[in-house]
Design a protein around this ligand. Structure first.
Ligand SMILES: NC(=O)c1ccc[n+]([C@@H]2O[C@H](COP(=O)([O-])OP(=O)(O)OC[C@H]3O[C@@H](n4cnc5c(N)ncnc54)[C@H](O)[C@@H]3O)[C@@H](O)[C@H]2O)c1
Length: 441
């Protein structure tokens, strides 16, 4: 059971006089954390005509935004240019004073022991509390476990001496951004909101109604927090299923891609997921640990969720074993062999390398003595691995094996097969091609 605190008492006769009502004059919108989530949100509000105070602790991001330079691939500089007057990047939390609403989009990673690391969130909350004004709405968008908004954020904000739900409003609204996706935008993706009380939910609904076609109101922040985790864990579990199937198909000598393509012809009751070299990104590998942490507090062990994480984590090692086998069949050991990885980011079309399986594959191949290089049109360097993206043509010509790790659309895979000695495709992008030097997952 979640420990859900009842909403704060309402003053008799409705809202206390200090509260900003939905139809009161608008102030600016504050965004705290202007990264992958915060910047597109700031742009959406600015495009809707709002003035947006963009607070970030990273001087480089604040300076870039002030100069009209984007650091997020989905937001070209040309999108920022006409919004320059409305976007106000700053390092100073004090500038949130002029805001009617403050939306928090800071990272929620894991500690080294794989527990939720709320340090960014709690730090941001302290700074917001020190500048909080009566009537403001604070919305948390960072992905987190159910209970975070009420149990962790609200007590810090109340250090201001004001009461959540009475003097200021608080809600949780999960971000659903999918970097690289163009068919759904902030406007066309329904937005879930859950307030700590009805008035908070109403404020949040009105706020997002300005930039989203559909706002879905749930009864508590806990439901909204858990809905986000469910969305991501649903993907994690289904990816684990097809990753495990890829390992089984390898044993049975069946083409996993053909099996999935065939199953996907069923027009109902089946949803297509694809196997690959492992799961990456800031969300899918991280979120199950947030849920498991909260579940443990309630003496519950979500085995299904944890099993999915475990299966997905074994996938890079399985891929390295496939590299070893492919080289072995060509009469070569990994030690001393040149292996070129095509793609370093965790997904096609973007340059985000957070938790990317490519990083694990590089490390494991190096441990076995392999000489690893990579080519990625979206990732110029992997500083932690002291690697820079190699030029494609000479790298292809010099490699003993080329492993397709990310399905970047701008790479000509037919040409890769034609010029490489041996190609191992972990993404199924070579489906339909038959060649003696080609092996698929
Ligand atoms: N990236 C995605 O695709 C995605 C999708 C859905 C949800 N989310 C969630 O959104 C949240 C943010 O993720 P992101 O990908 O935008 O992260 P990010 O690292 O791209 O951006 C976060 C920003 O917050 C800033 N920051 C950190 N602490 C701060 C502080 N105390 N004050 C001000 N700024 C601070 C950082 O400098 C950074 O610019 C996470 O909880 C993540 O799980 C991300």
């Amino acid at each position: 059971m979640l420990s859900v605190k009842p909403p704060p008492e309402q003053a008799p006769g409705g809202l206390p006089p200090r509260l900003t009502r939905v139809n009161e004059p608008r102030g600016k919108i504050g965004i705290v954390g202007i990264g992958y989530v915060g910047l597109p949100l700031a742009v959406a509000f600015a495009e809707a005509g709002e003035d947006v105070v963009c607070v970030d602790s990273d001087t480089a991001k604040v300076e870039a935004l002030a100069a009209g330079r984007s650091y997020i691939e989905d937001i070209p500089d040309a999108v920022l240019a006409p919004l320059a007057e409305r976007l106000h990047p700053t390092l100073e939390y004090a500038e949130l004073a002029s805001c009617e609403a403050v939306v928090v989009c800071v990272p929620t990673p894991l500690t080294n022991s794989r527990e939720p690391d709320l340090a960014f969130l709690l730090g941001a909350a302290e700074s917001i509390a020190a500048n909080l004004r009566a009537g403001q709405l604070v919305v948390l968008e960072s992905t987190t476990y159910p209970g975070t908004t009420r149990e962790r954020l609200v007590p810090i904000l109340e250090q201001s001496g004001m009461t959540a739900g009475a003097d200021f409003h608080v809600a949780f609204s999960p971000e659903r951004i999918d970097p690289g996706r163009t068919d759904y935008t902030v406007r066309t993706t329904p937005k879930i909101v859950g307030g700590v009380n009805a008035a908070s939910a109403e404020r949040a609904e009105a706020l997002y109604g300005r930039i989203c076609d559909e706002v879905v109101v749930v009864s508590t922040p806990e439901s909204a927090e858990l809905a986000k985790l469910l969305e991501n864990i649903f993907r994690s579990v289904n990816i684990a299923l097809v990753n495990e199937l890829s390992q089984l198909c390898d044993r049975l000598g069946i083409d996993v891609w053909e099996v999935i393509d065939a199953a996907a012809t069923k027009p109902f009751g089946f949803m297509r997921f694809e196997p690959g070299p492992g799961m990456g990104g800031h969300c899918l590998p991280v979120d199950p640990f947030y849920l498991a942490f909260k579940a443990r507090e309630a003496d519950f062990y979500p085995e299904f969720v944890e099993l999915a994480g475990k299966v997905n984590q074994t996938q890079p090692a399985f891929c390295v074993e496939r590299v070893e086998r492919a080289l072995n069949d060509a009469g070569k050991p990994v030690r001393g062999s040149k292996v070129l990885l095509l793609g370093a980011s965790y997904k096609a079309g973007i340059g985000d390398t957070r938790e990317s399986p490519a990083l694990k594959i590089v490390r494991m191949l190096r441990e076995r003595g392999g000489e690893v290089s990579y080519h990625d049109p979206h990732v110029a360097e992997l500083a932690a691995l002291e690697l820079r993206s190699a030029e494609l043509e000479p790298a292809l010509a010099g490699a003993d094996l080329v492993a397709i790790v990310t399905a970047h659309p701008e790479v000509d895979y037919r040409a890769v097969i034609d010029s490489a000695a041996l190609v191992l495709d972990f993404r199924g992008v070579t489906r339909g091609i038959d060649a003696d030097n080609l092996i698929r997952l």
